[in-house]
Ligand binder design. Structure first.
Ligand SMILES: [Zn+2]
Length: 474
């Protein structure tokens, strides 16, 4: 198909495909309909982001902003308007409306009307697919989502999505993320992600879920808390096609939705891991970074399947009974929670190894793979908050002798990994219990800085691509 992601030369093109040979004829028919529905998402997203790519060679212009609010209106302008027209607050601040100006007034249009041409067709395709499936949870989700696109009410179908189970296909479609709304952070862009579920890998991920409650109880005994683990449905898939932000912007390897706190409280959320995207990033970026900073026999330990174990361990550890939140830790909440999930994710793998569930080898390689991939992540934004969790691990491993800067770049002492991780885990746990932003800030100031050697290392692999640019073979 035509390929126009509008990305720069720092992205390496990679062909992405999923094996569909095991699907029944019925499921393949459903897949075709869902491919068509996912294709309709790009034009909607481009309208939202005010882009005109002009054929296949246009560059996505990030400076154009979006159509969420009237051109030129600031946050203060809108707040001042709502002070005078408080009854319009709900409509203007809805995640699912476009706000325009007409003389002195603001006009709001629901997505369902504004994008009706496209969304109506998406709904019809989902309804058609619903007729073909014999899985009740999937049918309910497809019909609910079709209705949501027509009524602008998404909540029920987002809950149905969390409950979809036992289907070989995974579809995430709708307005989910609000990161493009730079004024208020509420308006959502419409996206679509379609994949073929990998049953064996999904079963493995669910096995981790069963074990994480036992791990939490074990930590509870150590730290003196009563465990109340949050378990989350997990799906591992190969991506078939995406639309919207995942097509034009950052390409995620995994996601956790929905974001709505009230839905999460009611039914939790669902995590989706994307194997073929993860593989591509590992093979085309992380592996090259590893080869440039590690001895060849150590670089050879860095592998996509090991990274998958690490990521699932990480995601499972978000469900432990203690967590960092923005309420207590403000902007440090999210980077510290990510750092905690990394560290306890690795301790969790050692815990599984000690219980004889996985090989100790996997835990060790996961630590090395994570630290190699950390360089890829830090490179994305060395001064950005999300690199903080990774930097804390680097500095901790260096200080405690589990890692050092050597002739080629990084050298490891795997025999020390477990002990060093336990020490850092204790720090993270104690910090989470302070509920105190200032103490957290001191910790981040002490442990989150960028070592000069890391700066030099990152500069040395300038020629390795920043990210992948998937070409979906459908
Ligand atoms: Zn995470």
């Amino acid at each position: 198909m035509a390929h126009a992601t509008g990305k720069t030369h720092e992205h390496i093109q990679v062909s992405i495909r999923a094996d569909v040979s095991h699907l029944t004829t019925h499921d393949r028919q459903i897949l075709s309909l869902l491919i068509e529905a996912t294709r309709l998402i790009n034009p909607v997203y481009l309208t939202q982001m005010k882009q005109d790519l002009g054929g296949t060679n246009g560059i996505f212009d990030k400076t154009r902003g979006n159509n969420y609010y009237p051109e030129g209106m600031t946050r203060d302008d809108i707040e001042a308007y709502l002070d005078e027209h408080p009854d319009e607050t709900d409509a203007v601040m809805s995640p699912f409306t476009v706000v325009e100006r007409s003389d002195e007034r603001l006009i709001t249009t629901p997505y369902s009307e504004y994008y009706r041409d496209h969304l109506d067709r998406v709904s019809s395709l989902l309804e058609e697919a619903a007729q073909l499936t014999d899985n009740e949870s999937f049918r309910k989700f497809l019909l609910g989502k079709a209705k949501a696109f027509r009524t602008n009410e998404y909540r029920t179908s987002d809950i149905d999505w969390v409950h979809v189970d036992g289907v070989p296909l995974e579809l995430t479609i709708g307005p989910y993320e609000s990161s493009e709304d730079k004024l208020f952070g509420v308006k959502r862009d419409i996206e679509g992600v379609l994949g073929v579920v990998l049953s064996q890998e999904t079963a493995e991920a669910q096995m981790y879920q069963e074990q994480v409650a036992r791990f939490d109880a074990h930590l509870g005994k150590k730290y003196g808390y009563t465990a109340s683990t949050t378990l989350t449905p997990m799906v591992v898939m190969d991506e078939v096609l995406v639309g919207g932000r995942p097509w034009y912007g950052y390409v995620p390897m995994a996601y956790n939705l929905p974001n709505d706190a009230d839905i999460q409280k009611e039914v939790g959320s669902k995590k989706v891991f994307i194997r073929n995207i993860m593989r591509a990033k590992m093979e085309l970026i992380t592996k090259l970074i590893a080869e440039s900073v590690l001895d060849p026999h150590v670089a050879a330990l860095v592998e996509p399947s090991i990274f998958m174990s690490f990521i699932i361990g990480h995601e499972s550890s978000h469900g432990l009974s203690f967590r960092f939140s923005g309420n207590d830790f403000l902007t440090l909440g999210s980077p510290l929670e990510e750092g905690k999930a990394d560290v306890f994710g690795m301790i969790f793998l050692y815990f599984l190894a000690e219980s004889g569930i996985i090989d100790r080898d996997i835990a060790e390689r996961a630590v090395i793979t994570n630290l190699a991939d950390g360089l890829r992540q830090i490179r994305f934004g060395i001064e950005e908050a999300h690199a903080v969790g990774t930097l804390i691990q680097y500095n901790w491993f260096l200080k405690h002798g589990a890692m050092q800067f050597g002739g080629k770049g990084l050298e490891f002492k795997p025999a020390l990994f477990k002990q060093v991780l336990d020490g850092l885990g204790d720090e993270f746990y104690a910090l989470s219990q302070t509920h105190n932003h200032e103490i957290a800030q001191q910790f981040v100031d002490e442990w989150g800085r960028v070592p000069d050697e890391v700066r030099t290392m990152i500069a040395s692999f300038d020629d390795i691509p920043i990210d992948i640019d998937p070409v979906f073979e459908v």
